[in-house]
Design a protein. Structure first.
Lengths: 112, 110
């Protein structure tokens, strides 16, 4: 996929700061997934937001979705060092189509 | 709970060699995937399978074969390894809308 060939975006912040990562997508989607990938491991789902939701929260995480602009964001409040990871958004059209299209990832470094 | 196991963890091959990567899941999930991740980049879908004996091509299937002989396992073959190729191959299975990933196989071609 186009985004899979792109270099990861890099973000570096201090512990305690808030951070927002953005994702834009080109095709119709019913759900936006946000995955986190720790070094040396496979990605893991951290939050999923459906097309009929504008915002979804999970602990210090907040995802938003704007279907009109085909964009989503993931915010982390009061980032901790353990939030250091690569974050990906992914979209899928649902139904019988099993494919997930991953977006360009963000490599987040949280420094103490 | 369940787990996805990928073998081997590290694979070193020679240019032109045929190499096989294996993935096992005990979630009893129907759909499984193979992705390639180059260093510092995102994920690209190589093959996926929605049930035993089914194969669907992803965006990067050229140069690869796949096999899903059992529901619990999904193999990927690099048909001819390219010199200096380095990547991590990630296997995943799916339940509902969520994909569960294995730890990856790191391929280096000398």
């Amino acid at each position: 996929s186009q985004w899979g060939e792109e270099n990861l975006q890099a973000l570096s912040i201090q512990e305690g700061e808030d951070v927002t990562m953005n994702c834009s997508y080109k095709t119709y989607t019913t759900v936006v997934h946000w995955y986190r990938q720790d070094s040396g491991r496979g990605p893991a789902l951290i939050i999923l937001i459906r097309s009929n939701e504008r915002e979804k929260r999970s602990g210090r995480l907040r995802a938003t979705l704007d279907t009109s602009s085909q964009s989503s964001s993931l915010s982390i409040t009061a980032a901790q060092c353990e939030d250091t990871a690569v974050y990906f958004c992914a979209t899928d059209v649902g139904g019988s189509n099993a494919k997930l299209t991953f977006g360009k990832g963000t490599k987040l470094s949280v420094k103490s | 709970g369940g787990i996805i196991t990928q073998t081997p963890k590290f694979l070193i091959g020679q240019e032109g060699q045929k190499l096989t990567l294996k993935c096992q899941q005990n979630f009893n999930h129907d759909t499984m995937y193979w992705y390639r991740q180059d260093s510092g980049k995102g994920l690209r879908l190589i093959y996926y399978s929605i049930t035993e004996n089914d194969l669907q091509k992803g965006d990067l299937s050229e140069g690869y074969d796949a096999s899903r002989e059992k529901k619990s396992s999904f193999s990927l073959t690099v048909t001819s390894a390219q010199k200096n190729e380095m990547a991590v191959f990630l296997c995943a299975s799916k339940r509902g809308r969520e994909q569960y990933f294995g730890p990856g196989t790191r391929l280096t071609v000398l």
